[in-house]
Ligand binder design. Sequence first.
Ligand SMILES: NC(=O)C1=CN([C@@H]2O[C@H](COP(=O)(O)OP(=O)(O)OC[C@H]3O[C@@H](n4cnc5c(N)ncnc54)[C@H](OP(=O)(O)O)[C@@H]3O)[C@@H](O)[C@H]2O)C=CC1
Ligand SMILES: Nc1nc(=O)c2c([nH]1)NC[C@@H]1CN(c3ccc(C(=O)N[C@@H](CCC(=O)O)C(=O)O)cc3)C=[N+]21
Length: 295
Amino acid sequence: MTAHIIDGKAFAAGLGDRIAEGAAAFADRTGRAPGLAVVLVGSDPASEIYVRSKGLMARKLGMESFEHTLPAETTQDTLMALIAELNANEAVDGILVQLPLPDHLDSLQVIEAIDPAKDVDGLHPLSAGYLASGLPGLVSCTPLGCLMLLKDQLGSLSGLDAIVVGRSILVGKPMAQLLLAENCTVTMAHSRTADLAEKVGKADIVVAAVGRAEMIKGDWIKDGATVIDVGTSRVIRDGQKYLVGDVDFAAASEKARAITPVPGGVGPMTIMTLMHNTLIAAYRRKNYPVPELGA
Ligand SMILES: NC(=O)C1=CN([C@@H]2O[C@H](COP(=O)(O)OP(=O)(O)OC[C@H]3O[C@@H](n4cnc5c(N)ncnc54)[C@H](OP(=O)(O)O)[C@@H]3O)[C@@H](O)[C@H]2O)C=CC1
Ligand SMILES: Nc1nc(=O)c2c([nH]1)NC[C@@H]1CN(c3ccc(C(=O)N[C@@H](CCC(=O)O)C(=O)O)cc3)C=[N+]21
């Protein structure tokens, strides 16, 4: 089987059109655009690129973007004061603190300080708890984007065997919860998992979120499986720079029914689901019914 290549960029663009309509309707009704605040501490070049693209996308869709770039030596107190200010700011509907923070900062304390109603990254322990309890809350952007792509490919996921490789708070854990809520039978794999290849080989759905270039080999994949590759690693081959996923894309494409490429798969969806979450947060904070975004 030669896999269908899932076009995350195109799917994200379609979702973006509906988000822009929702943002315009919100602005008509309230006199202000939905607002997203992104906080970056320090100057990691990759993070700067993501933060800039989030700001650009917010403006493109008719939202307001508040960008706060703080020096690497920012103190915990300064960062906590900024979060308090953003929580209190009526024009801010969503707050994202780009991770990882410099080592001297306590990320959990920062995340716990974010108003859960504005937690568009779904990182607050309350957001994680809502998700695990099946209650409405904000869901981490990357897993939400992966789920949208999976449902678009497969329709119902009920009864399928899924494996999530990686168990981070940002990606692996919420991904597993979303798949469980869709009635998949979910295996969560991590660095201590025994016989990973064999476990991957039983799955109808493989979500890889590890961050190790091409660690999942093509011949591990079950014939006809759907493969979602979250990982992004920068590698240099023959003097050329490449961004590659956690899955050996060429070999896995021979086995899978559908697979996401890197770049152009999950990455563009992460940015768009952040916009989706910001729009939802804006409507919910006003107690307005959330518009149908068709995803
Ligand atoms: N495209 C996108 O939109 C996004 C991409 N990413 C990318 O996804 C990747 C994962 O991100 P994130 O979840 O934050 O990463 P983390 O580093 O927080 O987590 C990595 C996970 O992979 C597990 N792991 C490490 N080595 C192995 C191994 N040999 N076999 C199986 N599991 C292993 C770890 O296990 P253990 O818990 O045991 O240590 C851990 O649970 C990164 O490449 C990141 O850049 C992340 C967010 C968004
Ligand atoms: N609080 C927090 N929330 C995050 O969601 C978060 C974070 N911290 N820290 C870092 C990771 C990483 N991440 C990506 C977002 C977009 C692309 C993306 O758009 N990638 C493009 C390629 C971009 C390129 O070429 O570099 C693609 O895959 O097509 C990738 C990775 C969000 N993260």
